[in-house]
Design a protein around this ligand. Structure first.
Ligand SMILES: Nc1ncnc2c1ncn2[C@@H]1O[C@H](COP(=O)(O)OP(=O)(O)OP(=O)(O)O)[C@@H](O)[C@H]1O
Length: 235
């Protein structure tokens, strides 16, 4: 299998506190990789390091065969590494259409129609983002990350604040995109229904280190993961 993303020996400290402690991760092409763990485990820190948003970290990162360790977020984005944010990354007063067009222009790409179609945003194009529902805003955030059809999508809690119905719809969209568009996904999510329904592989972080890695059914039964995070009520 080909690794689309490889992080080697990634570390980041805040003062003397190691938020990320020598973590290595390899995500294969076509995978939906879940990244789970308790609050403060280092998940967002890892996403920040991989997307180029973090300062003062160490380690090496490869996107396919290319080392991207020293590249800024926008340079990584141009090479096909996109991310969404825990808080949506959208501008409230601007219409859905304009936000997508601005994102496409910044990337020098066209092909917005397929993104609009995939995320079912067609009826919302002329609405300012502040007027659409929170669930629709999360889909717009995902659409912005998908402009230019990135090869790798880093998602930081895309289902946060969504209803069960919206979360399941999002899960369906993601599964579909991976298969139709050949996008690889690394997803941080606390909603275990979403994680266990879409991920083929899961990495568990705890206290800045990898606690376990494996297939969903093995992770569900892993005693250390149950003790540190899932409890006895794993879905
Ligand atoms: N800018 C910062 N300054 C100081 N400490 C930070 C900073 N950012 C994160 N941390 C600390 O680093 C640790 C890891 O944080 P991180 O946000 O990566 O965890 P997480 O697994 O994403 O948690 P959550 O599930 O709550 O989002 C936490 O203890 C957090 O308090």
């Amino acid at each position: 299998m080909t690794a689309v993303l490889e992080g080697r020996n990634l570390s980041r400290a805040f003062g003397g506190f190691k938020a990320l402690d020598d973590v290595s991760i390899s995500v294969e092409r076509g995978q939906i990789r879940g990244l789970i763990g308790p609050n403060g485990a280092g998940k967002s820190t890892l996403i920040d390091v991989l997307s180029g948003r973090a300062q003062n970290w160490s380690g090496r990162i490869f996107l396919g065969d290319e080392e991207i360790t020293g590249l800024k977020p926008q340079q990584r984005r141009h090479r096909g590494l996109a991310r969404s944010f825990q808080r949506t990354n959208i501008f409230p007063g601007i219409t859905v259409r304009t936000q997508l067009q601005v994102a496409a222009r910044a990337l020098g790409t066209s092909g917005l129609a397929e993104v609009i179609d995939a995320l079912a945003l067609g009826d919302l194009l002329d609405r300012p983002a502040q007027e659409i529902s929170y669930g629709d805003q999360r889909r717009l955030d995902l659409a912005l990350a998908l402009v230019g059809r990135p090869q790798l999508l880093l998602l930081d809690e895309p289902a946060a604040g969504l209803t069960v119905e919206e979360s399941l719809k999002l899960a369906d969209i993601l599964k579909d995109l991976v298969h139709r568009w050949d996008v690889t996904v690394l997803i941080v999510e606390h909603d275990m229904q979403v994680i266990f329904s879409i991920c083929d592989h899961i990495t568990v972080l705890h206290l800045g280190r990898i606690l376990a890695e494996g297939k969903p059914e093995d992770i569900k039964r892993h005693p250390d993961v149950i003790a540190a995070y899932l409890g006895s009520e794993a879905p």
